[in-house]
Each structure stands twice: as C-alpha cells, then as structure tokens.
Design a protein around this ligand. Sequence first.
Ligand SMILES: [Zn+2]
Length: 64
Amino acid sequence: MSTRAFTNGECWLYCERSGVPVLFVGPFQENDVVAPIFACEDCLNKMRGRARRYIEAQDQAPAR
Ligand SMILES: [Zn+2]
C-alpha cells in the first residue's frame, strides 16, 4: 500500500471537509490512541508553508 496515494475521505486539518481527495500525512499518537491523519491538497500546501517557515526559523536561531 502506497502512503502517498490520494483517497477520498475526510480532511483532518484546517478545512475539515469530507468527501475530498486526501493524502495520508502521518500518524496522530496520544496515550493509547493512534490514528492516521489525512489532509487535502489545500491544507497540505498550508502545512508545507508552515513547515518551511519552521525550518527557516530553525536556521536563523543562534548557534548554541
Ligand atoms: Zn483540508
């Protein structure tokens, strides 16, 4: 099973739409609960932008 294939389902991220093409982005884990997180393309793009800003902030952090 490919984890990079779109399936129709519910977006777990910002838009919370259902019946849209979503991609598995990773497991959610808390205590005994493990669930697959799915996200649509729009929300994935938001997440990519956020991840990029995170990386940039890490790069700009003073060296310890
Ligand atoms: Zn979405």
